[in-house]
Write a protein that binds this ligand. Structure first.
Ligand SMILES: *Cc1c(COP(=O)(O)O)cnc(C)c1O
Length: 405
């Protein structure tokens, strides 16, 4: 070959190689898109919206060396109390600790019973056990999926000390009758609002109706830290005082321990991150609500039960759960179509091996048991786009008739 042909041959090879590798990249991108067309949760999208602010907040704490509690946590507590319309907010390390301390502050201890639900994350039950008390489960309302007020009175005994309703999936429990029963029997009410930041019942915010309200800032929650976090809100100064001691080893002043406390303090970095996120929480909540109402419209005619949204409540859609007769197959069909889903929760607490000795067997909570077999949580988050809701609804529509056939 002469030099010119050699050069041509070489150049041609280069073009072929480049083209082949481009093809490869394109093919793997397409594959990627099929594997996770729509993830169940996308925490990265939210971070990217506010990256400069978050990064600055984190660096500020590192630079200040106020790594535990400190001014950023105190500033967040002020804002979160205002957000919940309560007098006090005590930040702690997890939502579970918030529940544990709320129970202790209310005087719940050994020999006491606490009426709660089994259709929840195990933390609600675990916190009652940490306090030394006994959980007593009541069933939920099939529409709202929250504590059935009509079931409460039959569960009250001379040992009952508190009622602990859960605002499941972001919808507040029916608080008026719960408060009325509690007042009549002299019981404390503690709201598990871990999934309900900013939710409302008759214009009142989650956490502000009961004697104490407990929140989680686990990353996937509606308001999430970049690690663990939680808070108790209350209007009662004596509860607030006890919780502020208990979360920090019961210290009234340094090395002066007046109560047997815990190390349940919040990190400075988490307080600073949550402070930044408070600027966005309302917009994010509205984003979730918009996606939910689009789901409501698109799924109207499908044979599935959608989340109830009573006119007197503001649902914040931590989870958008439908109930389906053939849930597991539907979930598999959606997975095959690249859509991530979840189940909140597949096994109610009373049927978990670890909590079986509480003494509620199979069949004891029929509505709870039926819902946990049928629940399927569709993807929903603040940044969820209308096109994405469309895709999920379309794939669900496709899956259901195929299963019925
Ligand atoms: C997340 C959650 C908790 C526990 O919160 P952590 O911060 O994970 O300890 C408690 N109750 C409910 C209903 C939850 O969803």
């Amino acid at each position: 070959m002469d030099r010119f042909s050699l050069l041509c041959y070489y150049l041609l090879n280069c073009v072929v190689l480049v083209f082949a590798s481009e093809l490869n990249v394109a093919a793997s991108c397409a594959l990627q898109r099929i594997i996770s067309l729509i993830p169940f949760l996308d925490l990265k999208a939210q971070y990217l919206q506010m990256k400069p602010e978050i990064d600055a907040a984190v660096l500020r704490v590192i630079d200040s060396t106020q790594y535990v509690q400190g001014p950023e946590v105190a500033a967040f507590e002020k804002r979160f109390a205002l957000y919940c319309s309560t007098e006090h907010c005590l930040a702690v390390n997890t939502g579970t600790s918030a529940l544990h301390l709320a129970l202790l502050a209310a005087g719940v201890g050994a020999g006491d019973e606490v009426i709660t639900v089994s259709l929840t994350f195990v933390a609600t039950t675990a916190a009652i056990l940490y306090a030394g008390a006994k959980p007593v489960f009541v069933d939920v309302d099939p529409e709202t999926r929250t504590m059935d007020p009509e079931a409460i009175e039959a569960a009250i005994t001379p040992r009952t000390r508190a009622i602990l309703p859960v605002h499941l999936h972001g919808l507040m429990a029916d608080m008026d009758p719960i408060m009325e029963i509690a007042r009549r029997h002299g019981l404390v009410v503690i709201e598990d609002a871990a999934q309900a930041h900013g939710a409302e019942y008759k214009g009142r915010r989650a956490g502000s109706i009961g004697d104490l309200g407990c929140f989680s800032f686990y990353p996937g929650k509606n308001l999430g830290a970049y690690g663990e976090g939680g808070a108790v809100v209350t209007n009662k100064a004596d509860y607030a005082q006890r919780i502020s001691l208990l979360r920090d080893w019961g210290q009234e002043s340094k090395y002066n321990h007046v109560l047997r406390g815990y190390n349940y303090r919040m990190d400075g970095i988490q307080g600073a991150i949550l402070g930044v996120k408070m600027n966005y929480i309302e917009a994010w909540t509205e984003g979730r609500r918009a996606a939910a109402s689009q789901y409501d419209r698109l799924l109207q005619k499908l044979p599935c039960q959608r989340p109830a949204s009573p006119a007197d409540r503001r649902h914040v859609y931590h989870v958008y759960a439908v109930t389906l007769a053939r849930r597991d197959e539907t979930q598999a069909a959606l997975q095959a179509a690249g859509i991530g889903t979840g189940i909140h929760y597949p096994i109610p607490v009373h049927l978990q091996k670890a909590y079986a000795d509480i003494g509620h067997g199979v069949g004891s909570l029929p509505v709870t048991e039926a819902l946990s077999k049928q629940f399927l949580s569709l993807p929903i988050y603040a940044e969820f786009k209308p096109e994405q809701v469309d895709v999920v609804a379309t794939e669900l529509k496709k899956a259901l008739p195929a299963l019925a056939a």
